[in-house]
Design a protein around this ligand. Structure first.
Ligand code: S3P
Length: 181
């Protein structure tokens, strides 16, 4: 199934670095980087926060799952999913052929620190105590994220370092994997 990798899917919690690392991995492969949230905002014509506020999370999840299906049919792409997408049951076990999924692992503490400068952008951490919300969501979601093919730690590391590890894992550490051109 993984012998010809045509897309890399990054999953993980808010602040795990999916977009930043994803762009670097895409550059390393000379592929495109596509971000679930960016596509949702493009299609809906408003921000994720605005969608949550006006139509609620259920609506957002419905749009997100349609967008995900669309983006997962693209080839030669690195995909940055939204932090909640891979938390739905079964999704990471039913990825289209040629997809390598990577969980960017981050602790609740570091996630909260990383997203702090953009407070308000992430509705799920915008109210109440972000630290305890992150802790609760993360422990609920971690078992699902753990279904990814590969796991990479991100705490205390630069995006460049994380991207380099992903590229090495994809290229070398799995015998028989070839990157499709
Ligand atoms: C969410 C994560 C966000 C965005 C939305 C919901 C989540 O994406 O999709 O705010 O449920 O974890 P990032 O992980 O890119 O911040």
């Amino acid at each position: 199934m993984l012998s010809h990798v045509r897309r890399v899917l990054l999953v993980g919690f808010m602040g795990s670095g999916k977009s930043t690392v994803g762009r670097l991995v895409a550059a390393g492969l000379s592929w495109r980087f596509l971000d679930f949230d960016d596509r949702i905002e493009e299609v809906e014509g408003r921000s994720v926060a605005e969608i949550f506020r006006t139509q609620g999370e259920r609506y957002f999840r419905r749009v997100e799952s349609e967008i995900a299906e669309d983006l997962l049919s693209e080839d030669h792409v690195v995909l940055g999913s939204g932090g909640g997408w891979a938390a739905a049951p079964g999704l990471l076990d039913a990825l289209p052929d040629g997809t390598v999924s990577v969980w960017l692992r981050v602790s609740a503490d570091e996630a909260v620190e990383r997203v702090r400068p953009q407070a308000g952008v992430r509705p799920l951490l915008a109210t109440g105590n972000p630290r305890s919300k992150a802790e609760a969501l993360l422990s609920e979601r971690a078992p699902r994220y753990g279904h990814a093919h590969l796991t990479v730690e991100t705490d205390g590391r630069t995006p460049e370092d994380v991207a380099a590890e992903i590229l090495a894992l994809i290229r070398r550490k799995r015998p028989g994997i070839e990157i499709a051109n």
